[in-house]
Design a protein around this ligand. Sequence first.
Ligand code: C2O
Ligand code: CU
Length: 464
Amino acid sequence: MTARVTLVSLLVVSGCTGAEDALRPVAEPPQVEAVDRNPDPGIVEVELTATVGTTTLDGVDVPIWGYADGDGLPTMPGPMIVAEPGDLLVVHFYNQLEDGTTLHFHGPRLPNEMDGAPVGGAIVAPGESFDYVFPLEDAGTFWYHPHWDTARQLERGLYGQLVVREPAVAGANERFFLLDDVDRDDSGHIVVEATEDDRRFGRRGDTMLVNGAVSPVLDLSSNALERWHLTNASNGRYFALRIPEHTFTVIGTDGGLLGESYDTKRLVMTPGSRFDVVVSITGAPGDTIDVMTEPVDRGPSSPNDVSHRLMTLRLGAAGSSPPDGWKGSLPRRQIAPIDVSGAKARELRLGAAERPDAVSFYINAESWPFAEPEQGVVGDVEVWSVVNDTATSEPFHLHGTFVQPLDLDGTAWPHLSLEDVVDIPSGSTVRLAVPLEREGNWMFHSHILEHAELGMMRVLRLVR
Ligand code: C2O
Ligand code: CU
């Protein structure tokens, strides 16, 4: 069944001066919701087609590769799939690209053949189709993207949101934002090939996109309570979000709700990760507030960066006030600490080799696609020590399960949570509790897509 989601209406700011008259709104479509073609309330059945098309950035028509609903036109991001926990998801997928591709569902636990990774399922050849069918066991904000020639295919526009509904926040507007950045050439088109710098640090672009729109304007009442589900869909940018004079109350992460919320003024998001935050907007009618992303220190060899405006909040008249004591009644979930007594230890060292002409990456000195799989046994719980031997932080991602971070260089992790992407700072060790749940070949890799494709990707083979 298709649940109701407040789709995000975005207006685009043309030009990039900070002046008031830069706020010339142009209508921009919200995230398009995929049409559920099955009347059965327990089944969400959609059709997605990967195909070529165009999108409009700053008034310029830009070629993309995107996902279309059925035989419609592709959008960037692709159609948002919305379901309830327990629904069966059926995606009829058609590849109309000139290249092979896959549909990988990033986050939800699923059978290995439905993982859309080159080692679990199959590559869908040009002109071919594939049905992805699996029950949605986990609630959370997930996303989908190709897992083949991934860095370039994502950069061209192939990504979308998969929402498995979670409890509401009383009195709050609920919105879903896929954050991205692209580089553009002289004609305003998206640059797809990575530069040497992109290969070293991960691709970062200088045009920020929110749901595919350049620095959009979001109209809010001046006392709105906002709940934002944020997904970092960029290839290689760490976003660090800040809203001047406002605080993010984090209620959920990759794997869904937390047991205890926490407050932060600066929300750091690695590529691939998600956050569920509540913000109480304060200001006077007529105010505009810029939502910024700030540079992130990623270690001894950190890319140069500046702050960018992600979007602008434009405050209108006051609406109905947030309910009193809203913070006390935020949704939460009991998360049990994973029992790691007797767990098998596994060490994974992330490495980079820098030669004058090129850089390459590996895990335990071996590189995708040449390495033998790591082996594990279904039903075991392991403790992984992920060590980052490189000079730059890396977002570590594992398919097929959620992990629980235990500690960073011996200091206990501040929140009990379930994650599928965990930042590993340069020179540091993060220990993760890893339940090995399902048979099959599961990929684990840096979610800096350039690094994954240059070798920082391996396979975990789980057997009974
Ligand atoms: Cu977001 Cu291996 O993927
Ligand atoms: Cu994934």
